[in-house]
Write a protein that binds this ligand. Sequence first.
Ligand SMILES: Nc1ncnc2c1ncn2[C@@H]1O[C@H](COP(=O)(O)OP(=O)(O)OP(=O)(O)O)[C@@H](O)[C@H]1O
Ligand SMILES: [Mg+2]
Length: 266
Amino acid sequence: MTNLIEIENLGFDYGDRPLLSAINLHFPRNKVVAVMGGSGSGKTTILRLIGGLLTPRSGQVRLAGEVIGKPGSTALYKQRRKMGMLFQHGALFTDLTVFENVAFPLREHTTLPKSLLHDLVLLKLDAVGLRNAAHLKPAEISGGMARRVALARAVALDPQLIMYDEPFAGLDPISMGVTANLIRRLNDALGSTSILVSHDVHESFEIADYVYFLSEGHIVAQGTPTEMMASTHPYVEQFVHGKAEGPVPFHYPGKSLARDLGMNEA
Ligand SMILES: Nc1ncnc2c1ncn2[C@@H]1O[C@H](COP(=O)(O)OP(=O)(O)OP(=O)(O)O)[C@@H](O)[C@H]1O
Ligand SMILES: [Mg+2]
């Protein structure tokens, strides 16, 4: 099977607010696939559905051909073991050293002997260039370094699937480039599949094999970064070229301002 993750006809609502409908996404093995879209379009929600933290209203999410288990099920626990996640607001444990932060998932999910665990953590830290920072606490490293530690922690268990939620947010251009390269290199070195959720066009296009654009609950465009750069689709054009005017809504959906101010709508 070439696809590690297959999402078929997925629908999801938060309460009575419809968010996603008829979503189809394929994530082939060994590829880096970007899911892009404006703020509030549902990108993090898709990652939560893949991680089994949320259950679809309709349709399916499959990992290696098996439907993602229900929350709390043994099936889901086993599936989670194959996933690594870099959370959008995921902070490191502030009381633990860099070393202990990366060791955490290994202690949680494995019973490796101490010396092997030690070596594995150092190898992961080496891969992100921070082996010599192992003894530091999160407060003693920069934001860009913290992101790399979080990356090392996300891949500690050599996951088949790595999900990155806004890995470039808040980084300077150099750290962004370093992080993007790392995402690609880790994916290729581990032979895993990466899902990159981001609204950073430049960095995402640089490393992604394929891109999906999400807007108003639907996939509105998809293709390789080269195809997307050349696309004349109004949404893609607006997004890729960062235009203020276009189909991407600025307002959270709901009543118009005129109605909120008690005026008659034209
Ligand atoms: N737990 C929740 N309960 C109710 N509504 C939620 C919940 N989480 C998210 N939402 C709503 O669902 C929509 C999609 O949220 P989501 O976090 O998936 O967006 P996103 O694409 O990741 O946005 P961003 O780029 O800002 O991170 C938003 O309008 C948000 O307000
Ligand atoms: Mg998000």
